[in-house]
Structure formats: C-alpha cells, structure tokens
Design a protein around this ligand. Structure first.
Ligand code: AMP
Length: 285
C-alpha cells in the first residue's frame, strides 16, 4: 500500500491508473478504523480493480466545542488494517493541503443539511459536502463507498453528486454492528464501561419502532413520543437530539404510515453521557 500526502501526487497516480483502464473504488474516512470501515474496503475490493482510501480528519465538519481535539487518531495502526484489507493507496493529506490559506469555497446541499443532525450541528454537512467534493475531484473514482450508519450524510452526498452531475457512483453499505447491536463508531471509544453497556438502547429503541410499525401502528408521532420517553428514562441518556421517521430517499418527515409506503427510515441521535451517538434502521413495510 502506497501512502500519498500531496494532492498533485494523488492526481498523477490516478491518471496512471485510469490510463491502465482500472476501475477505481474510493473509501473516504476520518480514520480510527473499525470493522464498519473495513467492510467498505471489502466491498470496494470486490467491485473495483484498485482501492483508494482517504484518512482525513476534516476540521470543517466539527463545530466549536465539538470533539475534533479528542477524536481518536491511530494513523499507523489504521495503515496496517487498511493494507491487510487490500487498500492499494492511502491518501492522507494534511489540513493545509486540503484547506490552503485563503480557502473560501463551500458546498451547501440546501434543506437536507439543516434537518436531523444538521439542526444540532450547524455547518456540519457544509464541511462534509465540501470535503467530499474535493476528495471526489482529486481521486475521480468510478465508485465511492459510504456507510448507512451515517444515513443523512449518504443522502446528502447522493444529492450533491446528482445536482453537480458528478460521474461517480455512490454505493451505500449496511451498518456494521457490535455483537449486542451497537453501531460501530470511532466515537464508541469515548464511552465508559457502563455507558458502553447501555449505549445499545438507541438501536433497541429503533428496533422497537420497527416492531410497532410491523404490528400495524400507523401513527408515527405516537411511536416517536413513546420511544423518546423510553430513551429519556434511561439514566445514561443525557439528551435526545431527535428521534425521527423520514422518507429514506428524500428525508422528508413522516408522521403517518400511508398505504403504498414501502420503507420508512427511523433515525435517532442521543447523548450517552458526553458522547453523541447516532443510529438508524430502514423499516420494511
Ligand atoms: P467516518 O470515519 O466515521 O467519517 O466514517 C467513514 C465512512 O465509514 C462513512 O461512510 C461512514 O458511514 C462509514 N461507517 C462508519 N461506521 C460505520 C458502520 N458501523 N457501519 C458501516 N459503515 C460505517
């Protein structure tokens, strides 16, 4: 696996791969790799001739007072994991390489960026969309792999790719979970032992929503109130940012299950102690 730090070098490597006719798969991450990330690499490896991963802890998607300073960094360990999974190139630019002095251009995906997580993390998805567009331009992949764990991010990236007529295919990959069901996340490292044990409550509540809908409850507002209450009753849950039902394609809010609906997205964000966790499930009707 070759490590690349400079944009110019990355572009020249990509140009050579393109001349050889290789199909390029791209996996963007912020590092601290776990099985969720490794699964994206495996999918890319199955579908492409060459896998490029990026590890870039993107400062512009963190708000003031968020966890940029303490976000886990394990670049050397990450490289070993990535190499073992068959990553061919690791793009690892510095902050100044991606945001040189004077940088002023931003990408905003209107509407989708200010709901759900965007309501509680203003500017977050502007940072995400901007860095993803920059990375897609540098790497120019055929396919780019994103996890359903960050469902809203995946929908926003798809919208941006469509709106800007980018030639990349966005592939979404299922959420990889710990044995008890907790969605894998670099942020799980922040949890104390007790918090870690209780953190699965988020997934449990999403599954309860699934059962209630499958059993015929159509009033989503009622389910939401019940499950928000369930979360709030847990002494490890400090705050529930949202528990929402949405259209899986447009993220439009849903208050009722209507005849003809095929799928509903249930998504939630909650604070377990000082750690903000997100999770979601797609409920099949
Ligand atoms: P991150 O490093 O957290 O920015 O995540 C990089 C990519 O990995 C994103 O596309 C995430 O959605 C994806 N990802 C993170 N955690 C998981 C997981 N548990 N299952 C599947 N994909 C994940």
């Amino acid at each position: 696996m070759k490590e690349i730090k400079k944009i110019i070098e990355c572009k020249s490597v990509v140009e050579k791969l393109r001349k050889k006719g290789y199909k390029i798969g791209f996996v963007p991450t912020m590092g601290s790799l776990h099985d969720g990330h490794l699964n994206l690499i495996r999918m890319a490896g199955r579908e492409c001739d060459c896998v490029i991963m990026s590890i870039f802890l993107n400062p512009t998607q963190f708000g003031p007072g968020e966890d940029l300073g303490k976000y886990p960094r394990n670049f050397r360990k990450d490289c070993i994991k990535a190499k073992n999974e068959g990553v061919d190139y690791m793009f690892h630019p510095g902050v100044e390489e991606m945001y040189p002095p004077g940088h002023r251009t931003w990408v905003e995906v209107g509407g989708l960026s200010s709901i759900m997580c965007g309501r509680f993390r203003p500017g977050h998805f502007k940072g995400v969309a901007t860095v993803v567009l920059k990375l897609l331009d540098i790497i120019n992949p055929d396919n780019a792999y994103f996890g359903e764990k960050d469902y809203q991010q995946m929908v926003i990236v798809r919208r941006m790719v469509k709106d800007l007529n980018l030639g990349v295919k966005i592939i979404s990959c299922p959420t990889v979970r710990e044995e008890d069901g907790l969605a894998m996340s670099s942020r799980n490292k922040y949890l104390s032992k007790e918090e870690r044990k209780e953190a699965v409550i988020l997934y449990r509540c999403l599954n309860m929503a699934d059962s209630m809908i499958v059993e015929g409850e159509k009033n989503l507002k009622k389910i939401k109130d019940k499950l928000k209450g369930e979360l709030k009753d847990n002494k490890f849950v400090k705050k529930v940012d949202y528990f929402d039902f949405r259209d899986p394609l447009t993220l439009e809010k849903k208050n009722r299950v209507r005849s003809g609906d095929k799928e509903v997205l249930a998504a939630a964000a909650a604070w377990i102690g000082n750690t903000r966790l997100i999770d979601n499930v797609i409920i099949k009707l």
